[in-house]
Design a protein around this ligand. Structure first.
Ligand SMILES: Nc1ncnc2c1ncn2[C@@H]1O[C@H](COP(=O)(O)OP(=O)(O)OP(=O)(O)O)[C@@H](O)[C@H]1O
Ligand SMILES: [Mg+2]
Length: 216
């Protein structure tokens, strides 16, 4: 059985009335444990659609997705595939610490609160642990979503533009943190972005253009 998180021959179209958008037109992609793959492409090129298919959040029209350790993509535990969604998905009524502690609690970590504080600290957010999401900036919310993904040391991390709200210095820090995380835990990271700066941090770049993978 393959150890890679893999999508093969993925097609996905959206129909709105008489209009049909071909978001993915036969995309194949794989992420091995321990490698960091950057998925680059302009806005509308299909990055989020591809990630959502790999996560089982959307069902491709045709093609296959396989997630090591999960019978179906949608049934993968957070410890198998953790996600940083493009819109973060934090719970408004929980502090940043409690948001990050949630998956640690569900995964049965011995001290979820301490694990959450550690993950927040790594992303330079320790001083904001007791704040609510609407009491911090969008960049801070985004890094909280990343802390929530990393706290359980997942086998794979799927992150949708995780540096989209960050300045240059924090972008470099987040990319460095992800690199280190890959090296230490063997996590396979798939990171969608339209920012060419991620290229330097990635082991490999996959470029999407209008729903197809293009060379270079
Ligand atoms: N639910 C939907 N209904 C109709 N069209 C959709 C839907 N979701 C996405 N699309 C279209 O599919 C194409 C790919 O969208 P997608 O969100 O995957 O792009 P993206 O590369 O993630 O863009 P961005 O960088 O702006 O996040 C776009 O043309 C988009 O308008
Ligand atoms: Mg997107």
């Amino acid at each position: 059985m393959s150890t890679a998180l893999r999508g093969t021959g993925l097609h996905k179209s959206y129909r709105r009335g008489s209009e049909e958008v071909h978001a993915l037109r036969g995309v194949s992609i794989g992420v091995q444990p321990g490698e960091m793959v950057a998925l680059l492409g302009r806005s509308g090129s299909g990055k989020t659609t591809l990630l959502n298919c790999l996560l089982g959040w959307e069902v491709p029209d045709t093609g296959e997705v396989s997630v090591p350790g999960a019978a179906t993509p949608g049934s993968a535990a957070w410890t198998t595939v953790a996600v940083v969604p493009q819109r973060f998905g934090l719970l408004d009524e929980l502090t940043l610490a409690d948001n990050v502690a949630m998956p640690a609690r569900l995964a049965g970590l011995p001290d979820p609160h301490a694990a959450a504080l550690g993950a927040l600290e790594t992303l330079r957010l320790g001083h904001l642990a007791a704040r609510m999401p609407d009491e911090v900036s969008l960049g801070e919310q985004q890094r909280t979503a990343l802390a929530r993904a990393l706290v359980v040391a997942p086998a794979f991390l799927v992150a949708d533009e995780p540096t989209g709200r960050l300045d240059e210095d924090l972008t470099a820090h987040v990319l460095g943190t992800l690199r280190e995380h890959c090296a230490h835990t063997g996590c396979g990271v798939l990171l969608a972005s339209h920012d060419p700066v991620v290229i330097a941090s990635a082991d490999r770049v996959v470029r999407l253009h209008d729903g197809v993978v293009v060379p270079g």
